[in-house]
Design a protein around this ligand. Sequence first.
Ligand SMILES: Cc1ncc(COP(=O)(O)O)c(C=O)c1O
Length: 426
Amino acid sequence: MDGTACANTAAAQRLMEGLSNMPGTGVPAARPSAWWQSDDLGEDSRGLVFAGRGVAELVAQHGTPLYVYSAEVIRRRFRELRAALAATGAPARIRYAMKANRFRSVLETVRREGDIGIDACSPGEVALALEVGFAPAEITVTSVMPSNRDLAMYAAAGTHVNLDTFSALTRWAATPGHGRRVGLRIDPEVATGYGTDPRFAYANGKFGFAPTTVPEVARFAAGLGLEIDELHVHVGWGLQEAARDALGNVYGRLAALADRLTSVRVINVGGGLCWRQQREELPLSLATWSALLEHHLAPLRRTIACEPGTYPLASAGLLIAEANTVEPRGGATWLGLDAGQNVNGYAAHYGIPHEIIHVGQPLAPAMVRYNVAGNINEGIDVFARDVMLPEVREGDLLALFPAGAYGSSMASEHCLRPPAREVMIG
Ligand SMILES: Cc1ncc(COP(=O)(O)O)c(C=O)c1O
């Protein structure tokens, strides 16, 4: 199931699930199902199966906590993105935002695609992308508050940069070996993402020139001998279908700016496409995204670039942990895992839920209410509260989905807990 279909069929699926649960409707009892099931993730006699591999068997080989990624799912997500961009009729470029996942096998999988570039955000990411075989011309850096050391590294590596302060433009122009062509990151000024929480919506904050200042910035850059070849906007993380009008507004204003700057060859719309984290969500569909790009940006006949990280990776990864503690306390049943916020910070840092799947009996009825806690000495290290699961016993395995993006890449050594192991399967 692709992301578009996934989003568009969610309502129908909820209706069917509701009908089949109603007594006396005459609807035959459906096989148990869950929103997260797909050709890649499901159940057979081995329990949870991911990309054809039994998850319990992978754990027997590699232990827990364990990130498992599927190269085939990554490739499929890129095919879907290519198709959505092709439908706009404009020339297009995908740059994988490697901040989402820099596991070597992931980068090699992206590299083998052949036509995907890299969006990097630090000298370390640029160095790793070069090491994996991406050419400097395939890498663009969207750098936040770069130091002179950062800028010197980007100039020496020969990468393109998108900058968003007068300070960075001035220092870039003074950096030996710098490229003459630079991009400008623009503040979307519209707060939308996974809701309007500033943790996910990047407007009116630390990122980007205000759109009204762009003509002045372009004159300033020209005075430094620089040419603006790209306009860049990254609206936010976790865009939902409800953000359609807000996004159209941003793209419309971006088009107006690009129209006034004839030197601009690339209009870069950043990331923001996502995967469902929970059953009731409706992520922005690729069809909606593509239609917005076609309507607002394709008529300019410039290259449309995007920097997806979450979309190609999220559904391509699972995090597996072992339940080591099941104990009632204070009216709740606490379920402790051998993974914590250092391994995956979605819940603790951002309050973003994951689906929690019982690896041994993925589709068994969810009959028991749990608080699912991590193993880090922090009160915020709780993956879920009041979540209904099949009964869990100590020693059972649980999978968090989708977990391919911003899991391992944001890991820390807090409490000196080691990172999760990572494996790539076909
Ligand atoms: C500048 C920029 N581009 C692209 C991305 C990737 O975004 P996403 O993971 O939503 O695709 C990010 C994420 O923070 C970003 O900051």
